[in-house]
Design a protein around this ligand. Structure first.
Ligand code: SF4
Length: 350
């Protein structure tokens, strides 16, 4: 069964490291956006989804409209329905509305529980607000809560990271997404890279932080199942697993990607275009021209890995043993291997 992704292109303020497509929130645009989403959903009336994911942007800003959007989606009884939200927009009213609209999984942009790191990241919330958001979500009845965690933040140390992980894992969460901060060219950080470069951890230290995070999370019962994702048993993100297992999904909203009926395409990154057209403008993307490339590139992100073939087995002699595992006829990467996954994939595809 396919998944449904809805991209909400609004945020209260642009974070200096973020290159996701989002614009300043406005109430009138939000309503127009909701109408455009409903129009586009009509094209998939015959489709039943078993996962729905509101990503962004900051979907919690749209809390008043989530119920109406979901009433236009045909989803299964046990569907996983996720909404991303930020601590500063996760008050009691918002969380209550999201819960009664049918959201059963929240992904909260915690990023760090250290105020100086949050400040360096230009986040609008404090550590205390982030913790309160998780507790409030749990009080509102959410049992499946994921927290985003940022690694390699300016001034972060191994100790400050471990403290954040320790505090985070004491909260009622079931899942952690831990991403290394990447400076993208077209972001505020990218534009002032020369000024901040010496405050950023170098590659070796980033690797240490990543390996420390894997160890600290696993010690606390969050098992790694993907390069950047960790979950308590049974709480792996069913929606995101579809991406990595090369299963199909439909994307609605500016910048959303789809993999539908064998074709991959992306929606034009323009809110104007999305609001002004009857149906969103989609352009075919050519991310994986080759099925084997798709299988290796996506599958090796997962700890379940990929089925071994003769060709792959022959290439393994060029890869250091500490970077991979073989079990039950499958190949997967170790945490050290994940750090050099691009090089390993290039070797396997050569
Ligand atoms: S809140 Fe999230 S989506 Fe919005 S600008 Fe910040 S990182 Fe990007």
């Amino acid at each position: 069964m396919r998944g449904l992704y809805i991209h909400v292109p609004f945020c209260l303020k642009k974070c200096p490291y973020c290159d996701f497509y989002s614009l300043p929130f406005s109430e009138s645009r939000a309503e127009e956006y909701k109408n455009a989403v409903v129009r586009n959903l009509a094209r998939y009336n015959n489709e039943q989804f078993d996962t729905v994911y509101f990503g962004g942007g900051t979907p919690s800003l749209l809390y008043k409209y989530i119920a109406e959007i979901l009433s236009n989606v045909n989803y299964t009884l046990n569907a996983e329905i996720t909404a991303e939200c930020n601590p500063e927009s996760a008050g009691e009213e918002v969380l209550g509305e999201l819960k009664s609209a049918g959201i059963n999984r929240l992904s909260i942009g915690v990023q760090s529980l250290n105020d100086s790191e949050l400040n360096a990241l230009g986040r609008k919330h404090s550590a205390e607000e982030a913790k309160n958001a998780v507790l409030l979500a749990n009080k509102a009845g959410f049992e499946n809560i994921s927290a985003d965690l940022m690694l390699g933040v300016l001034n972060q140390t191994e100790r400050s990271l471990e403290q954040t992980i320790d505090e985070l894992c004491r909260l009622p969460i079931t899942h952690v997404s831990a991403y290394l901060l990447k400076i993208e060219e077209n972001t505020v950080f990218g534009k002032k890279y020369a000024e901040i470069a010496d405050k950023l951890p170098n590659e070796d230290f980033q690797a240490e932080l990543y390996l420390a995070a894997v160890e600290a999370l696993e010690k606390r019962g969050f098992i790694q199942y993907e390069i950047s994702n960790f979950a308590k048993s049974g709480y792996e993100s069913r929606h995101n697993l579809k991406y990595w297992r090369a299963e199909e999904y439909v994307g609605i909203g500016p910048s959303a990607h789809s993999y539908y009926k064998g074709k991959r395409f992306a929606v034009k990154k323009s809110l104007e275009n999305f609001l002004g057209s009857e149906f969103q403008t989609e352009e075919i993307t050519d991310e994986f021209p080759d099925r084997e490339e798709e299988r290796i590139m996506l599958g090796l992100r997962l700890c379940e890995g990929i089925e071994l073939t003769e060709k792959i087995t022959a290439r393994l002699k060029f890869i250091p043993r500490e970077y991979y595992r073989i079990s039950g006829g499958r190949l997967s990467l170790t945490p050290k291997g994940f750090l050099v996954s691009n090089e390993i994939i290039a070797e396997l595809l050569s």
